[in-house]
Ligand binder design. Structure first.
Ligand SMILES: Nc1ncnc2c1ncn2[C@@H]1O[C@H](COP(=O)(O)OP(=O)(O)OP(=O)(O)O)[C@@H](O)[C@H]1O
Ligand SMILES: [Mg+2]
Length: 258
């Protein structure tokens, strides 16, 4: 019986969530603030509109042009509110995918959907700074532990975002190849120094400032991909140009192969 990633992975996940929380709070506070202030304008406008309409009714004449202006304003506000609500839902949805604890079962999963959810959360890490390119291929459902894979994607995406100083690009590519699903995450960041290549999967190895990196992300990533999914994780990197990590997951988990 295969062990599900628990102790280390669980602790690490809590740490990452902790770090992301401040940014998530900001992501939610901004659209929530805009909804609140819109709501005040809405309430005032509805009062004014009500008065205009009841005056018009009393005088038995058509509603004045002002009423139509107010209606237009209300419509615009509703549009802004919708965008703000969508933004909040997207962040919360990503968070739910990532933070869900129950798991344990292999599940046939659409990896493109799983990536889309994870990207919503990762977007918090590099919004406005990093351009995201999605190049998703047709994918069969993959038998996997979706929760754990979401953690793999988030680790790789956060690393990609952190490797970019200033502005850059992260590309997420999915392909189905000969019974395998390949997920490739490329960045236009600093690249990995040749002398670090052999060490990046070592527990505790980090080149990031204290408090930012624990050096566990890739250890857990490898554990989930290789030990729990019988997949592979490889990378190519060119210092100064960027890095690509490839995770390959068998479409059918070996446990269920006849
Ligand atoms: N996309 C990347 N580009 C450049 N260097 C990378 C990339 N991904 C990983 N590395 C290097 O590998 C090291 C180990 O990565 P890992 O994710 O295990 O830990 P970390 O990111 O430093 O810290 P943590 O993930 O625990 O917050 C990083 O410190 C960095 O030097
Ligand atoms: Mg990391």
């Amino acid at each position: 019986m295969e062990e599900e990633p628990r102790h280390l992975a669980e602790l690490y996940r809590m740490a990452v969530l902790g770090r992301l929380t401040a940014k998530i709070v900001h992501e939610i506070t901004t659209p929530a603030g805009s909804i609140r202030s819109n709501n005040e304008v809405l309430a005032r406008s509805l009062d004014a509109l009500g008065k205009l309409l009841s005056d018009a009714t009393v005088k038995k004449c058509a509603p004045p042009a002002k009423a139509l202006d107010i209606l237009e304003t209300l419509k615009n506000l509703a549009g802004v509110d919708k965008i703000a609500c969508d933004r909040i839902s997207a962040v919360v949805r990503g968070l739910k995918t990532y933070a869900r604890v129950e798991e344990g079962e292999l599940r046939k999963t659409n990896l493109n959907d799983l990536l889309r959810d994870t990207l919503k959360l990762a977007g918090v890490e590099f919004r406005n700074r990093v351009t995201l390119v999605e190049d998703f291929g047709e994918m069969p459902a993959v038998e996997c532990y979706p929760q754990s894979l979401s953690q793999v994607f988030l680790n790789l995406l956060v690393n990609a975002g952190q490797a970019i100083e200033g502005e850059g690009q992260v590309t997420v590519r999915t392909r189905a190849e000969n019974g395998w699903a390949r997920i490739s995450i490329s960045d236009t960041g600093t690249g990995i120094a040749p002398e670090h290549r052999d060490r990046i999967f070592t527990p505790g190895f980090t080149t990031k400032p204290a408090g930012e990196g624990t050096g566990l992300g890739l250890v857990i990533t490898r554990e989930i991909v290789v030990d729990h999914h019988h997949g592979t994780i490889t990378f190519e990197s060119e210092p100064g140009r960027g890095t690509t990590f490839h995770a390959r997951i068998p479409i059918t988990h070996p446990r269920n192969r006849s």
